[in-house]
Structures are given as C-alpha cells and as structure tokens.
Design a protein around this ligand. Structure first.
Ligand code: GCU
Length: 606
C-alpha cells in the first residue's frame, strides 16, 4: 500500500508541477464563468511531417515557424499563410469535416484571430474543452501550454500573453496513436482528431475559486460537505458558501494552501434521484470572486453485492454510449447530440448510461444531472496499455485526475471506471491498483469499477457453462463490470440460456457489455448474422440468462447507436461502422431496441 500512496502523491504533484511551467491547469466550473467564446471557424494547416514543429534535422524549431505575426516583411521566406488556408469548425473533429482527412492521423495546426481588451486585476485563461490527442498552444506567438489526452479539459494561463486589440492563437494538435499513449495503438473506435470541444477565454479575478466539491457527506444522512480551493489565496481569506433554497450559508477562512472546508446540516434537502433529479443552485464567493453551480445531493454506496442510491437498493437499467454524433457522425459535442443520445436512452427505459471508453463532453453530464440519468464515467485505459511504463501511468493518472476534477460535482456520476478489457497480468494489476487508489483518494464519495473479461468452464457431462468472476483486480474494485459476447464472439445466442455465473467476490456485478452487430433494415432468419432478427435473439437469450444472476445489479449493453470504427470493414454491412447499436447512426431503431425496452419497462411496471 505505502508504494501506491507515494506514487499517487508524486503524480499529483507532477501534474501540479506541470501547471507551474506549462501553466496548464483545470478550472472547475469553467463553463460557469465569464468567457469569450472562440468556437467557430479556425484556419488550419495539415502538417503530416510535423514541419511546423521540427526543422529538417528533426530538432524542435526555435523560430516559431507557424507562429509569425502577419504581415511578414522584408521578403522573409514564409511558406504558409493561415489567412489563405481553409477552415475547420471548432468544436469538431477534422475526420468528419473533410473527406481528405477522413483517415488522417497526424498533425494539424489551428489558428484564430481574436479581439481582446485586458482588464485590471483580471487573469485570463485559454480553456480547451478537449483536443485529441497531444496539444501545444501559443498566444501571440508565445507558448501558453501543452497537454496530453484527448477527452479532458485544460486551462492555460495567458494573462501575460494577451494584449489589447488584435490577438491570435495557434494550437498544434496531433492524434497519432503511440505504444505508450492512453489509449494506445488499438481501439474499436474512430480516432477522431482535432479540437473536439469548446474553446473560450475565461476571465477571473486575481484571486479566484479554481476547485470545489459540494456533495452529501458519505454515510452521513443529510450532511453536506463542502471544500473549496482559492487560487492565489493564503491564510485567512473568507470563503462563503450559500444554498439559498435550503436557507444555508456559511463563511470559513482559507488555510495556508488556499483551501477551506465547511459542512452543513441539511435536514430538508431533497435527494437527487432518477425519479426526482433535484438540483440546487449553490453559490461560492471569495475575495470578490463568485461562482454558481447547479448541484444535486444524493448518496451512492455499495453494501455487499448491493448498490444503494440514497440508502435504497437500485438496479441500473443501462446502455453503453460512444461520443459519436447521431445522424452526422464524427465526435459528439453539442447540446443537441447529448439530447438525442440521452433522449433515446430514456425512451429505452434506462436510468443509467455507461459513457464509453473516455470522459464525454461536459454537456452530457450536465444534461444527465437534469434528466436524472445515472452515469458510469471512464478513462481510456483500454485493451493493451503499456503497463510497465511510468510515463504511461502518469498520463493515465492525469487523465483520471482531470476527469474527476471536471465532473466531481455531477450527481449523475455514480461510478468511476479505470479500465476496459485489460489483460490479467501482474504489471496491469499494479498499474490499475494505482489508478483505483488515485480515484478513491481524489473522490472518496464514489465507488470505482472496471470492465473485466472472464473465463468460462464447461461441464462436459451436461454442457452447462460456468462463467467465474475471479480476476484478481476484482479484489480492489467496489463494483465489478463484465463484458461478455455470448451469441456473437462466443457461440450461438442460445448458449446464454445454459450459462451460469459465479463470483469469487461478494460485490455487485454490472454486465457492462453484451450484444451483436445488425445492419438496420437487414432482415432474415433469427440464426442469420447481421440481421435484426439475430440481434433480437441475442437480446432475448441474454435477458433470460441475466435474470438468473443473483448478484447482478445492472447492465449496459453494447451499444445505443452504431459508431465509426476502423476495425469494421464489411462492405454493405459495416462500412467502417460497428453495427452493435440498437439504433443505427441515422436513427433507425432495430428490433432488439424494443426487446430491451420491454424488459426495462417491466421494472417500472412492478
Ligand atoms: C469490446 C470493447 C468495445 C468494442 C466491442 C465490440 O468489448 O470493449 O470497445 O467495441 O467489444 O467488439 O464491438
């Protein structure tokens, strides 16, 4: 245990240290602050040879090649011009915006001019909601920050870089997959590159609230626990927390690290739940800075093989979702995308979604808060990560840290997931135990899970099959997730009806994936792969099997909607789509959708 704590602390300070030199940080509630939106058309230059970053000797350029101010004078040799270059929409991946870039993995330079007026006693941050995968940003030709990870936000302090009047920002984005990356070389989703979420300039006072957690205290009935961090504050800065609707307000001073904590007894608090997703307006102010957020109060706990929401056992009627944009394809990011995807989940009768395999857009979580949908949120530690590499562990830890920091105040999130389908090896166990430790340390209020694979034992006499949950990682998880594909990768659908489940652990199980591909509108015999009837049969057989598992506490079948994958090439059927959706990418519901809907409706009919 000691080695994990040391490592965790070292990694946290590492990320903060990163903040010091590359001034990359993460402002909690950034989307609730005064901001200048930089979304829209950005000029871009595709740079497959990284010519803008490295010179012909492959040495990092010092001449700021793509960073020159316009116009360039004295006949200087310049072989690019952003102003004459085409544009891409931000937010948006580049692959779905230009047929030439459909398969492109490499470097793209983005550039945008903006007007700005500096204000006294004001700090300015460039907020990037997400950029896949490696990013470097400059403002007015000066380095602002660097970031690794395609699905979490980062804020770059540019107070000393912006000026009055004309300004320009240049962002280098590279989405090449690497052995030591997170995710790494192989995934079953499209490696959408680019600035895939909002970009804006956030303005704050010199001293401001950059982090806070306001939640029901674990196991403490109606006690609300609040802690805040005030950037730039030392000892004795008063911080006030108000929850007007509950008539609660309290002021406490920060300590030497700018941190303050306060508790409220809230006997009249209405708990957030799928049936009643009650959100309260919470106001935090310190040193002239104020931030407001909408927060739901609920407790989530694990007792034996049970999951308790607000002290009551709950069954998670779920569905898995990729951040694939409905109808237009590409990386989902908009309010409309979120409404369509979560709207379909509600229509299915779901009270739970597994957002796979990486943190989704912040809008998705805020909408889940408002709609009362419980969420499994995951970092892209997927398949064959480089388990032996300390740099990979630091990267994965930082992505976990950023996911938790961005979303810790979302009542909808009830599970942090640290991995998907990872090999049962000692190096992987050590790696993931570190992540589990980090998740618990960063957020002691939520259970941690992961999607495991399990072995099968077949009894040769009567052909019954037994699946045993005995992955050693199970010992360190609070909730077990399991992916199984009986009927698709593993035998015919009817094998499900003679499969039993055993677990080495007295812990809740969520069947985090099952399903099969079907091309919408393709019909045939229930034994014919790729047809809607075959997928329907898989679901009927699965549901019959799942009902027999005494410690099953939820499921999130794979998957709500067909999504792009470079691994799925069957012409006329897949065409670079994984077709395991219950709904096609253009919104056609398949027969299996109604099988699952009927099952979920049976819960609420009881
Ligand atoms: C895996 C994996 C998914 C993948 C799915 C499939 O279990 O977790 O990312 O898309 O199976 O094969 O369709």
């Amino acid at each position: 245990m000691a080695s994990f704590i040391v490592l965790w602390v070292a990694l946290c300070f590492a990320s903060v240290a990163f903040a010091a030199d590359g001034s990359t940080t993460l402002i909690v509630g950034a989307d609730r602050r005064t901001a200048i939106n930089l979304d829209g058309d950005w000029h871009y230059i595709v740079d497959p040879y990284n010519n803008g970053y490295y010179d012909f000797r492959m040495k990092e350029r010092a001449d700021g090649y793509f960073l020159n101010e316009k116009p360039v004078s004295d006949n200087k040799l310049v072989e690019y011009d952003f102003a004459k270059s085409p544009t891409l929409k931000v937010p948006g991946d580049w692959n779905s915006q230009s047929p030439q870039l459909f398969f492109y993995e490499g470097t793209v330079w983005y550039q945008k001019d903006f007007q700005y007026q500096r204000k006294p006693h004001t700090r300015t941050f460039l907020h990037i909601g997400a950029a896949n995968y490696i990013s470097h940003a400059w403002v007015n030709g000066k380095k602002a920050c660097d970031h690794e990870g395609g699905f979490t936000p980062f804020d770059c302090e540019v107070t000393s870089l912006v000026r009055d009047g004309n300004n320009f920002v240049v962002i280098y984005v590279n989405n090449q997959r690497t052995r030591e990356g997170v995710p790494t070389l192989n995934t079953d989703w499209w490696n959408y590159g680019g600035i895939t979420r909002d970009v804006y300039l956030v303005e704050t006072p010199e001293i401001f609230i950059d982090d806070y957690s306001i939640q029901l205290q674990r196991g403490e009935g109606t006690r609300i626990s609040c802690w805040m961090h005030v950037s730039g504050a030392g000892n004795g800065t008063p911080v006030t927390v108000k929850i007007p609707e509950l008539g609660l307000a309290n002021t406490i001073d920060t300590d030497a690290n700018g941190r303050a904590a306060v508790y409220f007894a809230a006997p009249t608090v209405q708990r957030w739940s799928p049936e009643k997703p009650k959100l309260y307006s919470v106001e935090i102010s310190a040193a002239g800075d104020t931030i407001k957020d909408d927060i739901g109060f609920r407790s989530i706990e694990v007792k034996g093989d049970n999951i308790l929401l607000n002290g009551k056992s709950i069954f998670l009627r779920g569905i898995s979702i990729h951040a694939e944009a409905p109808y237009r394809s590409g990386r989902a990011w908009s309010e409309q995308d979120a409404e369509t995807l979560l709207g379909w989940a509600k229509e299915l009768g779901a009270n739970f979604v597994r957002l796979a395999h990486y943190p989704h857009d912040e809008r998705m979580l805020r909408l889940a808060d408002r709609m009362g949908i419980l969420v499994w949120s995951e970092v892209p530690v997927y398949w064959m990560i480089d388990w032996e590499s300390p740099a990979t562990l630091a990267n994965a830890t930082n992505q976990l840290y950023e996911m938790i920091h961005r979303d810790r105040n979302r009542a909808s999130i009830v599970l942090w997931s640290v991995a998907n389908e990872t090999p049962n090896t000692p190096a992987r166990l050590w790696f993931l135990r570190n992540l589990i430790h980090t998740a618990h340390a960063e957020d002691p209020t939520r259970p941690v899970t992961a999607a495991l694979l399990v072995n099968t034992v077949t009894n040769s006499d009567d052909g019954t099959r037994t699946k045993i949950l005995d992955d050693p990682l199970g010992e360190y998880l609070d909730v077990l997730g399991c992916n199984e594909y009986i009927g698709w990768y593993e035998g015919p659908p009817e094998w499900a009806s003679r499969t039993q489940w055993r677990s080495k652990y007295n812990k809740p199980l969520i069947m985090s994936e099952f399903g099969g591909d079907a091309k919408a509108g393709l019909h045939g015999a229930p034994t014919e792969r790729w047809t809607e009837e075959y997928q329907e049969t898989i679901y009927r057989q699965q549901i019959a099997m799942l009902k027999q598992i005494s410690f099953l506490r939820g499921l999130s079948p794979w998957i709500l909607m067909d999504f792009r994958s470079p691994r799925r090439t069957l012409p006329g059927v897949q065409d670079y789509y994984n077709r395991k959706g219950l709904i096609s990418n253009d919104g056609q519901k398949k027969k299996a959708f109604f099988v699952l809907q009927e099952y979920y409706k049976s819960f609420t009919a009881q």
